[in-house]
Design a binder for this molecule. Sequence first.
Ligand SMILES: C[S@@+](CC[C@H](N)C(=O)[O-])C[C@H]1O[C@@H](n2cnc3c(N)ncnc32)[C@H](O)[C@@H]1O
Length: 286
Amino acid sequence: MYKLTFKYPLKDAETATEKLYIKDIYNVFYESPLTITTDDNGYGFYENIEELIDYNVIIESDDLNEVNSCINTIKETLLIDSIYSEKVEVQSFENEFEPLDLNNGWIFADPEYNVEDKKKINFIPQGAFGTGLHETTQDCLRYILSQDFTNLTGLDIGAGSGILSLAAAAKNAKLVTAVDIRDVTEEIMFNASLNNFNNIEVKVGNLLEENLLEKTYDFIVINIGGDETIMFMDFITNHLNPKGKLLVSGLVEWSFDKVKSNIESYGFTLDYKVQSAEWCTATFLK
Ligand SMILES: C[S@@+](CC[C@H](N)C(=O)[O-])C[C@H]1O[C@@H](n2cnc3c(N)ncnc32)[C@H](O)[C@@H]1O
């Protein structure tokens, strides 16, 4: 396997990706340099679009002719002078995910990882948000894994990698619907298949703008942020069954009371709250 790297302006990177797709070059990735800001809703960010980024292309072959032909195609398509190429071991990509031990008897880990004294959920993240590194994800996971969802249906709003859906599926949910604005279907269904879970379905789209779901659910989880949760409250109220439970995370401590009051104004009551660093996670009953 080879990794090709070249400098490219961030503002033109998406167009470059489209041009490479047309030439059958699909395995591309880059990181956007971000400037982090704080606001009422927690943390925000903006992309420094004027910056040059390292744009990477992976070639899943060791054949030098193929590598050189790909380099030439990129140079001609994107008008690049210089491309750095490096042979990489497949393992260095596959082993990136360190096991996530939640210290509650549950662990998320690669299928190859052997563990005897804990319950394991197989997980190979593929790039969407939700590898469990963030406090909010971990606190949601600990809560979900402490519950029994037998015969209950759940909705995971902003599922990202689907890690919260996997946890609810492991705790016997009848069906979990994972929804994200990004197309995370493959990533979630791949991880579901690693665990033989057939109680997860994925929907793609913006729930605030599209009518994606007709069902109502026994529990809903949302880990996007305070302002987003407030924006979703009409939707959540309409899609949560009576006596249903709402798990909310991604709330910074300085806006928690504002979000809590908003949720309570829809007739919910606070049931449980935990805080890690500045991040609050809470459940509410309808
Ligand atoms: C902070 S991540 C949470 C990922 C995962 N649920 C977790 O707890 O680690 C938030 C996710 O919400 C998605 N998202 C943001 N706005 C959305 C919307 N209006 N509808 C659906 N998904 C949305 C983003 O694409 C992102 O994957």
